[in-house]
Ligand binder design. Sequence first.
Ligand SMILES: [Zn+2]
Length: 334
Amino acid sequence: MHKDDYALDTQMDLWHDYLTMNLIDVTKSFATEDQCLDCLEGMRWPDGVRCPVCGNDKISRVTREAKSKNKRTRIYTCLEKTCKQQFSATAGTVFHNSHLPLTKWFMAVAIVMDAKKGMSALQLQEHLGIGSYRTAWYMVHRIRKAMVELFPTKLSGIVEVDETYIGGKAKRRGIARKPRPKKDMVIGMRERGGRVRFFHVPNLKADTMKKLLDRHVSPSSKRIITDSAIIYDFAMDKDFQKKHESVNHSREWVKPGDIDIHTNTIESAFSLLKRGLIGSFHRVSIKHLHRYLAEFENRFNMRNAADRFEQTMRRMLTTEQMEYKQLTADSVEA
Ligand SMILES: [Zn+2]
């Protein structure tokens, strides 16, 4: 194992212990539907319940005569005559139309965030005692969707950029070997000592790379380090080229004379990602790969944020609902 991989693993293990405590806290604090609803309502309506359709704050609570199983228990009606909308704290969010108790959703979020190497639908189904695999699968994809960073800020400092293939074993470096077809490429960027970004791309073309660099690397970054692939010369404008350093991986792993020039930290992130994909997901459908990447990215980038559970729950509330058929259209389940 590479030295940096080991360091990363140790770091992840410590982090894992801490997160496991987080799951226990979540299980204690959100043991009932009421506790979960209090939390969601507080996040969604810090100034009191409002109608999600017209914004009116004149609302009444609907009292259900018989508490039907697994139905949301706190329903409101908008009192605006032209509106009359009925809603709950989860209306229009990723929780929408889910028959699972919120307590299971809360635990699922904590578990997915805990899982150093990712969490498959099957594992989640077992951990939470969810009736069907399909339900667990739909749930975990909705959590992943909420983990997609919608407004990512640019990476700065020393940024390493590298590419890897997912799903094929042939090495891209070294002696020419016939590449296996249908491998999918992931471009990774890592701010040394900081955040990581992964992108699923259909091919490695200079304009694809240029767009990603322009969008995700800060003009004020100190250095951009890549391997010696020729594509980077075409993908960088003059300002980026001035900071660009490359290391020729067929000859060396660290640039002689400057030990800081390497791409080891993005390589470590790739190896963690791959171990996760192998360990947890037996058949990662390419259609869903971007969501798996978002999950890894988010978990990694939030590792030091004390309020990461809360942040993810907030995102669950602001992420639009995703229909099951949207997820499964023209794809194989994975
Ligand atoms: Zn209304």
